[in-house]
Write a protein that binds this ligand. Structure first.
Ligand code: GTP
Ligand code: SPV
Ligand code: MN
Length: 606
């Protein structure tokens, strides 16, 4: 007998009404209330296999794990189709697409009319963060994609226990409505990855609601992640005095046993997951993971900033993840229970992607379903899409810190901002104070990656790595960062650093080995927090003194080290007009303190 329940209902009156209203509009064949049990999950995975969406991997390779290929036109977040529909246009200002909410709904309602015909409508109650939190952060995603159900079960805490708590509290929740936008006529056969050429990823921040149409992919469709935990939550955080940030959370213990929790904001596909599960390369140093993508941070009664990871799974960039670069991610997926999207398949029922192993398999089936050999790779056709992803339970991570389970989170002592810059930005720079650190974040820049559709490798400003995720006015967002420092005891605020693992040397290679060797940069940060090392004053901030960055045992020439660490004043003078141009976008909305910081930087470089 099926454990998939079409008989579900809820004692949460308002939710019952919303589900009914959505079903009346979208007209699915059946409605399923997702319970989150193992039996239900097995049935949904079996349905996905039967429908050709999933291919089950060999049990002895990756138990209970599935391969999936998306439509080739539905492989990443679609930033140009993503909207913040605040009531007032100014409240979405400077960086977001905006449309009047009534006009947007008038545009979307005809698309949603009957859009689930021939399909099952799933109702997924979920909570971001802990169900035991003082104020659990509930959401409900309604979706017509079984792939989304399978992925949401990994990425968030879902199902019956969540719904029970929502009912008990008659709780407020974020409403997430998602459709792939591919209704099926009577007798029409489905395709493995239904989606629509027309895509809309729409947020109504005042209503705390999300409407997503036309895409089945990750950040477009798993509405708990970027749509709720960053865009909607950042708007909540602005109203309520906390922070929702695109940050990993790392627990670092030094050889003396002193623990520091470090958060880091890097744009998409710029190294958060890797740093979050780093294998230290210095004796006696231990790194553990609290989060790899999103941090919700609130002030504790002691005046310190505490961070929780609201997610339950990892949705990581596959290519470049391997035993050499990120063994902990590899051990996590080996335990199974994972979904791999747009990677390649081996002939023996496993998966592979560029960078997983040094040796390339002799034959693969590429993410496009074609025969693939290393010769294709050499000719420039990778086996896996550059934004292919593994989706895996965070509890399988061998380095998961016990504090992941702490509902109030961990006190953050340092925040790193970083991006991909071939030039200009040195390996590590410390901000003089919170305001200067906010300037680091506000001017953060990075070369674009495959995590979003559009050109790759173009330098753009990405404030706090949140450019695609700020759910309100970006000038107000920068002001909120400054306020967080002003309203609290600066001595208890995290120290802020700017880092760059991606600078190139004269030969065009990476100047810094990165990955595990980033331990050395973290050690310098911790030494600074502990007050055991000094720093050089430069025009851009405080940098390591010769000898303070531990490079013992590193295979690095003096030239390479200098290339990684140097503050090149001419490069920074060239950067000034770019920062000016970025700040000019904000007009009067740019906080004066950031204008002051730009003046200070300009004078220091004169
Ligand atoms: P999202 O999940 O999109 O937010 O990405 P992320 O910030 O978590 O990035 P991730 O850690 O998945 O890394 C993205 C890519 O950068 C991968 O291909 C990594 O191999 C590569 N990468 C990560 N850290 C380093 C590093 O220290 N040096 C170099 N050269 N590459 C790195
Ligand atoms: C990102 O792009 O920052 C991701 C992947 O973490 S997605 O969930 O698609 O947003
Ligand atoms: Mn991310």
């Amino acid at each position: 007998m099926s454990t998939i329940s079409t008989q579900g209902t809820t004692h949460h009156t308002e939710l019952a009404g919303w589900v009914e209203e959505v079903a009346a509009r979208t007209r699915p064949d059946r409605v399923v209330w997702v319970t989150g049990t193992d039996e239900e999950s097995a049935e949904i995975n079996a349905l996905l296999v039967e429908g050709g969406t999933f291919v089950q991997l060999a049990e002895d390779k990756k138990p209970n794990s599935f391969y999936c290929a998306s439509d080739p036109d539905d492989v990443a977040r679609v930033e140009d189709r993503t909207y913040i529909c605040s009531v007032e246009e100014k409240d979405a200002g400077h960086t977001n697409n905006w449309m009047d909410p009534a006009q947007m709904k008038a545009t979307l309602e005809p698309l949603f009319d009957g859009c689930m015909t021939g399909r099952t409508m799933y109702v997924i109650p979920f909570v971001m963060g802990h169900l035991e939190a003082d104020q659990p952060m509930f959401g409900v995603e309604i979706t017509d994609s079984a792939y989304v159900v399978a992925s949401m079960r990994i990425m968030a805490r879902i199902g019956t226990p969540v719904l029970a708590k929502m009912e008990e509290l008659q709780a407020d929740y974020v409403k997430g409505l998602h459709s792939v936008g591919a209704p099926l006529a009577d007798g029409q056969a489905d395709v493995p990855w239904p989606c629509n050429d027309t895509k809309y990823i729409v947020h109504f921040p005042e209503e705390r609601a999300i409407w997503s149409y036309g895409s089945g992919y990750g950040g477009n469709a798993l509405l708990g992640k970027k749509c709720y935990a960053l865009r909607i939550a950042s708007a909540m955080a602005h109203d309520e005095g906390w922070m929702a940030e695109h940050m990993l959370i790392l627990k670092l213990t030094n050889p003396e046993g002193v623990v520091h929790y470090i958060a880091a904001a890097f744009p998409s596909a710029c190294g958060k997951t890797n740093l979050a599960m780093l294998e230290t390369t210095l004796p006696g140093w231990k790194a553990e993971t609290v989060g790899d993508d999103i941090a919700w941070m609130r002030f504790g009664d002691d005046g310190q900033l505490y961070a929780v990871n609201p997610e339950f799974g990892l949705f990581g960039v596959a290519p470049g993840t391997g035993y050499g670069t990120n063994p902990n991610a590899m051990h996590t997926i080996e335990r199974g229970n994972s979904i791999f999207t747009n990677v390649a398949r081996t002939d023996d029922g496993d998966i592979w992607w560029e960078g997983m192993t040094d040796d390339k398999p002799e034959h693969l089936t590429s993410w496009k379903g074609k025969d693939w050999t290393p010769a294709d790779g050499e000719a420039g056709t990778p086996s896996s899409h550059p934004n292919s992803r593994f989706c895996t339970p965070i509890e399988q991570l061998p380095t998961l810190a016990q504090e992941y389970y702490e509902p109030n989170g961990v006190p953050i002592s340092a925040i790193l901002f970083g991006g991909r810059r071939k030039t200009t930005v040195p390996l590590v720079t410390e901000a003089r104070d919170w305001q200067h650190g906010t300037f680091f974040g506000a001017t953060l820049s990075s070369e674009t990656t495959a995590a979003a559709t559009g050109a790759v490798g173009v330098v753009r400003r990405d404030p706090m790595a949140m450019l695609p995720f700020i759910g309100y006015n970006a000038g107000d967002y920068l002001g909120h960062w400054l306020d967080m420092g002003k309203q609290h005891d600066e001595s208890k605020m995290p120290k802020i650093y700017l880092v760059n693992w991606f600078r190139r040397d004269a030969d065009g290679g990476f100047a810094w080995p990165g990955f595990g060797e980033n331990t050395r940069v973290l050690k310098w940060v911790v030494d600074r927090l502990e007050g055991t090392v000094g720093a050089d004053e430069t025009p851009i901030g405080l940098t390591p003194r010769a000898g303070d960055l531990d490079v013992e045992g590193l295979d690095l020439t003096d030239e390479q080290l200098a290339a990684a660490l140097a503050v090149d004043e001419q490069e920074w003078r060239d950067e000034l007009p770019l920062i000016r141009e970025w700040f000019d976008k904000f007009g009067d909305a740019l906080p004066q303190q950031l204008e002051d910081e730009l003046q200070t930087l300009t004078q220091r470089l004169a």
